[in-house]
Design a protein around this ligand. Sequence first.
Ligand code: CA
Length: 232
Amino acid sequence: MSDKILIVEDEVRIVRTLRLYLEQAGFAVTAVHTGSEAIPAFRQERPSLVLLDLNLPGQDGLDVCRSLRRLGDVPIIMLTARTEEMDRLIGLELGADDYISKPFSPREVVARVRAVLRRTQGQLTTHQTLQAGVLQIDLAAYRAWAAGRLLDLTQTEFELLATLMRHKGHVMSRAQLLEAVQGIAFEELERAIDQHIKNVRRKLKEAVGDVAIITTIYGVGYRLDEVELPHA
Ligand code: CA
């Protein structure tokens, strides 16, 4: 299956050229022309990599980069005509994986896309399991254990637990959890998160007893803490 690349770039000519070269290289390409279209397109297309122009009309590339980072760890290559070192630094802190200065050769872009995908996909395979205290998750196998006991979770419950584990020790709001589970934050659906969390807790309790692994932070959301069981 070919990797999908999302291009966020307002210059139609550049999009056309990049699309041509990337498609020739075997990638599937989706493009949007404004920053505000980027996140909806990301949610819909679930690309393997985002080529993100820094200077966009509306929401600019830095904002888009920040929003993408909140949603996960998709590789991002920034395209920039602003060559000031400052911008590069800010972008790096935001978690972009690489930079390409304009004007660029499309062949160079294809080479960088390949390089970043190789690097990041290599990392993914070594980080397929998450560990937090008694909890363990295998993301590839979609299985979760508490103290070695396999948990019987629905897909939503699994995603919730995985998301809390990825951010262990940090408070996750219901909106963030909902975003992680469904890709879209509907305020009216936040209540549903409470029910799913309740189910996850019940199943954890069945497995390891009444241990406070997931704490409710009143008015905010939930936090998963690393809990070890005392050795018998
Ligand atoms: Ca631009």
